[in-house]
Write a protein that binds this ligand. Structure first.
Ligand SMILES: CC(C)(COP(=O)(O)OP(=O)(O)OC[C@H]1O[C@@H](n2cnc3c(N)ncnc32)[C@H](O)[C@@H]1OP(=O)(O)O)[C@@H](O)C(=O)NCCC(=O)NCCS
Length: 222
């Protein structure tokens, strides 16, 4: 796990981007958005390049059906997230992985319909000043799972139930995917291992890994 703060842009980082990334980068008008995008994509390339012993600028990404990037034939899995000033990159030696970091939301009205009924029952007891951080903690846990499977927000996050923010991270249920084996709506990826990630003050983060095996998370701040 690598986390970084996006503070500035450098020409050396820009040179790592491919044409598509460069177009996105150049389309961003606000300097903080540019710094965030550039830091994220440069970090991802540097991490992958080092792990695979390849030129970071030469990596060619493919995308899954819902946009999850991957490297054909590389034998590694990875995930990227960026929010506010934070970037997170997760890399595994083959276990599908999803990472999500989010700045603690400053929305006056939280989008509570993304919570399941079980989560909502707990959330409704969270005191006012803690609600934004608690909501963000739920959100990153759910989104990390959906990024690990590659479905992203094509799946209604309210179908997932994760543990309460003050409990160890865990996927407790996934409505529509709990039926007997062999049914179409049972996805092959469960179970999911979920871990919280220290994304820094004012942020929440989580990483999800598909499958039974326990994992050792090695955090690196760059
Ligand atoms: C992936 C998704 C959850 C991103 O959430 P977010 O909080 O806005 O952004 P994050 O910073 O956490 O993650 C973004 C990164 O996730 C990765 N990503 C994109 N789609 C993904 C997917 N389906 N699954 C996992 N990772 C994905 C990319 O690396 C992306 O980086 P980029 O946008 O800089 O290229 C959301 O955009 C989504 O659900 N997308 C898929 C559905 C969709 O609309 N697809 C359109 C193309 S078919």
């Amino acid at each position: 796990m690598w986390t970084a703060r996006a503070v500035s842009v450098s020409p050396a980082q820009v040179r790592l981007l491919d044409d598509r990334e460069r177009r996105v980068y150049e389309s961003l008008l606000r300097e903080p958005d540019r710094a965030l995008y550039l830091t994220a994509h440069a970090l991802l390339r540097l991490v992958l390049g080092e792990a695979l012993g390849r030129d970071p600028a030469g990596l060619v990404f493919a995308a899954g059906p819902h946009g999850k990037p991957y490297l054909e034939g590389a034998g590694v899995e990875f995930s990227l997230s960026h929010s506010g000033e934070r970037v997170a990159v997760a890399l595994t030696s083959g276990t599908p992985v999803g990472v999500d970091v989010e700045r603690v939301t400053d929305l006056v009205e939280l989008p509570l319909p993304v919570l399941s009924a079980e989560e909502r029952a707990v959330f409704d007891r969270v005191p006012g000043p803690e609600r934004a951080a608690a909501f963000t903690a739920y959100w990153v846990r759910k989104e990390a799972v959906l990024k690990a499977t590659g479905e992203g927000l094509r799946v209604d996050p309210a179908r997932l139930t994760v543990s309460a923010p003050d409990r160890p991270a865990e996927l407790l249920g996934w409505r529509g995917r709990e039926g007997p084996r062999g049914r179409d709506d049972v996805q092959p990826h469960l179970p999911v291992r979920l871990y919280d990630l220290d994304a820094g003050e004012g942020y929440r983060g989580a990483v999800a890994l598909l499958g039974e095996a326990a994992h050792r998370i090695v955090p690196r701040t760059v």
